[in-house]
Design a protein around this ligand. Structure first.
Ligand code: MG
Length: 295
């Protein structure tokens, strides 16, 4: 809707791609819509799109939910556990470049545990032996570091418990009323304990988690295979299924799988990056997709 807004363009005229990219102090040419007008046009376009998604969501055959950061605020728990583990690991090596939140979003978020370790280490040019999933958390191996992070995560889950996002539960209730099938697709091996702790375990007929992926040798996100497996298990073609994800890797998986709709949930990855990775629309909370609106 915003493309070409303001009528035909004269030769050599260039519109900024986004209103925010216009240098400050730049004059608006006569006849060109002002920044404010273009910003309003963009937000109207976005609102129409959100309304379209909200009203058509119930017509899809299935919705496949990521877990951490989409249904439960456990992304933050994972994030803290990763940070504690990697910061300690880097400090012990005498590496002064700190592990940052951006590292989490760029290399770790949404991926299977050991892939996350490998990906971050590669970004720092650090090589460790792979080890094996049976490695003790103290082992200086890819698997050892992954297990160390999991020990941190399980500790927090046990002491603090977990409560599902209220907006996500409302959307889940609505979809169940509309007879839309629902599944959880999570890279985490902790998906079932987290769902149980949040009181949601019996709400999903299909759960494709990190354990299922390992058993069936399915590559993790950003590969689409775990989402495709969930759709197959529900007996739903991918173009009739919706993917809901908060991680760039998960959104990319939804796009790569050819799903009917990919909803990005911005819990910190950034709306722009989620769109770049393949989200059709981005919301801040799933309550925005409930037909009677967020509350
Ligand atoms: Mg997630």
């Amino acid at each position: 809707m915003t493309k070409g807004a303001g009528g035909p363009r004269s030769a050599g005229e260039t519109h900024p791609k986004r209103p925010t990219s216009q240098p400050s102090g730049r004059q608006i040419a006569p006849g060109r819509p002002s920044l404010a007008v273009r910003a309003v046009e963009i937000s109207i376009g976005w609102a129409l799109r959100l309304t379209a998604v909200t009203t058509t969501l119930g017509t899809y055959a299935a919705v496949l939910f990521d877990l951490d950061g989409v249904l439960t605020p456990t992304a933050e728990v994972h994030m803290r556990a990763w940070e504690r583990m990697f910061s300690d690991f880097l400090a012990r090596r005498g590496d002064t470049r700190p592990y940052t939140e951006q590292d989490y979003y760029d290399y770790v978020d949404g991926k299977p545990r050991y892939d996350g370790v490998r990906s971050f280490l590669a970004s720092r040019g650090i090589e460790l032996p792979e080890g094996s999933p049976d490695d003790q958390p103290e082992a200086e191996t890819v698997c050892g570091l992954g297990n160390r992070k999991n020990r941190e995560f399980s500790g927090v889950l046990e002491t603090d418990g977990v409560r599902a996002f209220a907006g996500s539960v409302r959307l889940l209730d609505q979809l169940t009323d509309q007879k839309v099938a629902v599944a959880v697709v999570s890279s985490s091996r902790n998906a079932r304990p987290v769902l149980r702790a949040a009181g949601l375990l019996d709400r999903f007929e299909v759960i494709v988690d990190g354990n299922v992926a390992t058993e069936r040798e399915l590559p993790g996100k950003p590969a689409p295979d775990t989402f495709v497996a969930a759709a197959e298990e529900l007996g739903v073609p991918v173009d009739r299924a919706v993917v809901m994800e908060d991680a760039l890797s998960g959104v990319a998986a939804g796009r790569a799988g050819g799903f009917g709709l990919v909803v990005g949930v911005d819990r910190g990855a950034g709306a722009d990056k989620l769109i770049e990775s393949g989200a059709d629309i981005v919301v801040a909370d799933l309550g925005e997709l409930v037909t009677d609106g967020p509350s």
